[in-house]
Design a protein around this ligand. Structure first.
Ligand code: PEP
Length: 250
């Protein structure tokens, strides 16, 4: 089964609601009819305006986080149910910045993934090693561990829908893109890991993205690697022309 390439922007804590809506309003015409699936991951406060700005277009909207509980005494948190009611399609879960600055663990990632599916959201699950871990030679073990725990308890159909983003921490926001071969090697390991647990049909359907300083110049070669099904893009997704080129990587 052919996997549809995804170009997913992760805006992090950038763009006010007005700026976000203006950006998406302009992006609409640029990416109309694109072969790849276009997703923008925007701050919570901009979700509503971005949904309105994206109406009638092929742009899908992602939140950058969610809580696993439906509601309750969790000050400052947002639930999957709330996002679903807004018509949000995707949610980024377990980004390395959330793991590093907000103490997210593989276990909380797994709870969030389950909750995302409960409310009809599709998770984009992030994994990846630090530079020290790469140098210690534990990249494959670590990523396999992260992926297995993130997916624990999901049905085969849910795993097929899940998007896994391999994001080496040393490549995020640093301008140091992994080489095509480095990125492909780990994305292939992730697919193999999915295959071990869920079989080839599921592994062949599951999309695995690469993230880490993807640019308009690097997207073409990266997205054409056999096990890379697109990118989770930070910095370059904030610039209209660059993101358009990434969406139209071919
Ligand atoms: C990211 O935030 O997920 C990311 C990959 O950022 P950048 O593209 O800026 O490295």
């Amino acid at each position: 089964m052919a996997r549809v390439i995804m170009a997913a922007g992760n805006w992090k804590m950038n763009k006010t609601p007005n700026e976000a809506a203006e950006f998406v309003g302009a992006l609409k015409a640029k990416v109309e009819g694109a072969y790849s699936e276009v997703v923008v991951g925007v701050p919570f406060v901009a979700l509503s305006d971005v949904k309105k700005a994206a109406a009638g277009s092929n742009i899908k909207v992602a939140a950058q986080n969610m809580h696993w509980e439906e509601k309750g005494a969790f000050t400052g948190e947002v639930s999957g149910q709330m996002l679903a009611e807004m018509g949000i399609e995707y949610v980024i879960i377990g980004h390395s910045e959330r793991r590093q600055y907000f103490a997210e663990t593989d276990e909380t990632v797994n709870k969030k993934v389950h909750s995302a599916f409960k409310y009809g959201l599709t998770p984009i699950v992030c994994c990846g090693e630090s530079l020290a871990q790469r140098e210690q030679g534990v990249t494959a073990d670590l990523v396999r561990f992260q992926v297995k725990i993130a997916l624990l308890g999901l049905s085969a159909d849910q795993v097929k829908k899940t998007v896994i983003a391999y994001e080496p921490i040393w490549a995020i926001g640093t301008g140091k893109t992994a080489t095509n071969e480095q990125a492909e090697e780990v994305c292939a390991i992730i697919r193999e890991c999915v295959k071990e647990v869920y079989g080839s049909e599921v592994a062949d359907a599951t999309r695995v993205l690469y993230g880490g300083s993807v640019t308009a110049a690097s997207a073409h070669d990266l997205f054409n690697m056999p096990n890379i099904d697109g990118g989770l893009v930070g910095g370059a997704s904030l610039k209209l022309d660059d993101f358009e080129k990434i969406v139209k990587y071919n």
